[in-house]
Ligand binder design. Structure first.
Ligand code: CO
Length: 295
């Protein structure tokens, strides 16, 4: 009886070890696998062709900054992945990309979120990475912050915005940034950003599609300040569906239509933040911090 129990428990320990056995820990036939570090860039994804400029730009900047580290991509949106798969373009989910990296014998992975705030999608990513950690899939896996996470990031974002305001803008004209917005508490960052921007330039506004501040609040503020002309810019990494339709579209509930009805002439600029060096630099620096944390 005792012997049977012993064998059974030894067997289960063996099973657990086999399950946990990774190249980094056990190697093949006990040899330690060589260190192989990689970066996984993760974005929401977009079915708009215009968004590719942003992804390519970020990809290039990260590869240039860390030329010795291979870069992989994953996209969090299931709907976008399914839509692109129908067009014959297969994209990995974060879990699929990490499984591939494990298979490619990466031992150290820096996952860099290309999101704007640490909201819903970012935290979903944290949970997925937690799963890979629990499996012991890599010797080390760490995450880089989204664009605007700390107060230091916020200040860099303010700087990037101020440096990239439309050159044609005249005195008294507004610039409205459209953030995505979320029910997640991280949504507070958008109002915080607007506050800090307005300390520098009172005619800069930050609204969101799905959170606070909403479009009506921005319209009221612009009306109060007697603004007659506003540039509209996405505060999202890509100029995708939200920028094209919700911001610049001709439907009556688009921001351009709502502001135009309030007597404000609109000039939409369809460029995502990842098309500007000032923003890309922040993501690249975050990837660098994540790589550092891998060592
Ligand atoms: Co959306």
């Amino acid at each position: 009886m005792y012997k049977k129990l012993m064998i059974r428990s030894m067997l289960s320990v063996l099973v657990i070890f086999t399950m946990m056995g990774t190249p980094a820990q056990a190697g093949e036939h006990g040899a330690t696998a060589p260190k192989k570090a990689g970066i996984l860039l993760v974005a929401f994804g977009s079915s708009e062709a215009s968004a590719q400029i942003s992804f390519d730009n970020l990809d290039q900047a990260v590869r240039q900054a860390y030329p010795e580290v291979p870069v992989r991509w994953a996209f969090t949106s299931h709907i976008i992945r399914a839509k692109l798969a129908d067009q014959g373009k297969t994209l990995d989910s974060p879990a699929m990309a990490l499984a591939r990296m494990q298979d490619e014998k990466f031992t150290h992975v820096a996952v860099q979120s290309a999101h704007t705030i640490a909201g819903e999608e970012y935290h979903e990513l944290v949970r997925i990475i937690g799963g890979f950690k629990a499996m012991g899939a890599f010797e080390k896996i760490v995450m880089g912050d989204p664009l605007m996470t700390t107060q230091a990031d916020m200040q860099l974002v303010v700087k990037a915005i101020l440096e990239n305001l439309p050159q044609a803008r005249r005195r008294g004209e507004a610039v409205v940034f459209m953030g995505h917005g979320t029910h997640h508490p991280a949504n507070a960052g958008y109002a915080a950003l607007m506050y800090q921007l307005q300390l520098k330039d009172p005619n800069l506004f930050v609204g969101t599609v799905e959170g606070y501040p909403d479009v009506d609040l921005i319209r009221e503020q612009m009306t109060d300040r007697k603004i007659k002309r506003a540039y509209l810019m996405p505060f999202m990494s890509v100029a995708g569906d939200h920028a094209k339709n919700d911001m610049a579209g001709s439907e009556e509930d688009s921001w351009a239509s709502i502001f135009t009805r309030a007597g404000i002439q609109c000039v939409p600029i369809l460029k995502g933040t990842a098309e500007y060096e000032g923003f890309v630099k922040i993501w690249v620096a975050h990837a660098g911090e994540a790589l550092k944390a891998l060592q």
